[in-house]
Design a protein around this ligand. Structure first.
Ligand code: HEC
Ligand code: HEC
Length: 338
């Protein structure tokens, strides 16, 4: 530490000692460029703190949470692959296959309802369900094994003034996931910083199509590139036993919601193949083509989806535009305490 920095730190300590409020550090949870509009959904009684985030960040990578001690959240949501596993449908801890594609966990702190069908009303409920169902996690046993690790014991105490439990593990993971935000893309520099060269001419043409002729913007609304709603695009509706999606929820048993799935964000979409709730489409170009041609016909298809009669060149321009939504989200895995 330089002498100036040391003097500064001492001055701060003195200020605290005199019961004055300490200097406020730069907000470590400030949103990336382009995301200062929407508010994160946070329980006022459970604010995000650095201690909870630091703990959740480690728990996300800890295989102790699983029944097999071999699987962590990051097995299916690895940061190096934009928090998806690249599988159409991935296997759970016991080898059974999921029926839906793994979504990214970026920007999930903005979602009012989670999962493809919106069945989880809070991020914490989603996390605890994922922990039990995907990983076979047994909260009481896991809590015990974490409390036996001194480093964890100290971290839970610092973050919650309470030991590891289903509740504190879920909340730590929730605080961490809320910090996973993607923005700062070429698109954000184009819009927010008004850098006209941030997008190429083709990307700008793609953006105009997106907002106009192609009609994508009504559902994939900026700045999150989702309306956080549920729509039937007909994906998988031709299966022998179609997934009812949001219509499977008793509370929402309305024909409009049969086969409706959450509008996924298009941020980082070029990195999260394969696509759709069933992982049925391998390339971004194919996915864009399918959406621009009005999805797949079925009785409950959303009327907003129409065949936009785009040329091959226009599809290419849309794809190039979507690539401009890729964020700059470097992430380093933490080490898990032994
Ligand atoms: C075996 C793979 C697997 C593991 C392990 C896993 N997940 Fe997931 N995750 C999925 C799948 C598949 C879905 C989508 C399920 C659905 O929508 O019905 C999902 C959905 C989610 C979502 C909802 C995202 C959205 O856009 O609605 C969150 C958040 C999430 N997982 C977090 C976690 C956390 C935290 C852990 C660890 C406790 C975890 N996941 C472990 C496969 C996995
Ligand atoms: C009526 C609302 C609506 C409109 C309009 C719409 N989408 Fe979508 N989009 C969705 C929904 C809902 C899904 C998920 C469907 C599913 O998986 O069953 C989706 C999925 C996607 C996906 C796959 C993303 C992923 O992560 O799996 C891409 C890419 C996509 N849309 C691009 C577009 C483009 C490009 C347009 C304009 C041509 C467009 N969409 C128009 C609602 C819409």
């Amino acid at each position: 530490m330089s002498r100036i920095a040391l003097t500064f730190a001492l001055a701060l300590l003195c200020a605290c000692g005199k019961n004055q409020s300490p200097a406020i550090a730069k907000d470590p949870f400030a949103p990336p460029l382009g995301l200062d509009g929407p508010a994160l959904i946070v329980d006022a009684l459970d604010p995000i703190t650095e201690e909870k985030v630091a703990l959740g960040r480690i728990l996300f990578f800890d295989p102790r949470l699983s029944a097999t001690s071999k699987m962590s959240c990051a097995t299916c949501h690895p940061p190096e692959k934009s928090w998806v596993d690249g599988e159409a449908l991935s296997a759970k801890f016991d080898g059974t296959k999921n029926t839906r594609n793994t979504p990214s966990v970026m920007n999930v702190g903005y979602l009012e309802k989670l999962y493809w069908d919106g069945r989880a009303p809070t991020l914490e409920k989603n996390i605890v369900a994922a922990w039990k169902n995907q990983m076979g996690g047994k909260p009481d046993e896991v809590a015990k094994s974490l409390q036996a690790v001194p480093a964890y014991q100290a971290m839970f105490k610092k973050a919650f003034a309470a030991p590891a439990s289903e509740d504190t593990i879920g909340r730590a993971l929730g605080a961490f996931l809320r910090t996973l935000r993607t923005g700062n893309s070429a698109f954000d520099r184009f819009i927010t910083r008004q850098e006209p060269t941030a997008l190429t001419a083709d990307q700008q043409a793609g953006f105009a199509l997106y907002n106009g002729k192609a009609g994508c913007v009504v559902c994939h609304q900026p700045s999150l590139f989702t309306d956080r709603g549920f729509h039937n695009a007909g994906i998988g509706m031709d299966a022998a036993k179609p997934d009812p999606g949001a219509g499977g929820e008793k509370a929402r048993n309305d024909a409009k919601f049969i086969g409706a799935f959450k509008t996924p964000t298009l941020r980082n979409v070029s990195r999260t193949a394969p696509y759709f709730h069933d992982g049925s489409v391998a390339s971004l170009r194919e996915a864009v083509k399918l959406m621009a041609s009005g999805g797949k016909d079925n009785p409950n298809k959303d009327p907003l989806l129409l065949d936009r009669k785009l040329s091959d060149q226009e599809i290419d321009q849309l794809v190039l535009f979507l690539q401009s939504l890729d964020g700059t989200d470097a992430f380093t895995r933490p080490s898990v305490p032994q």
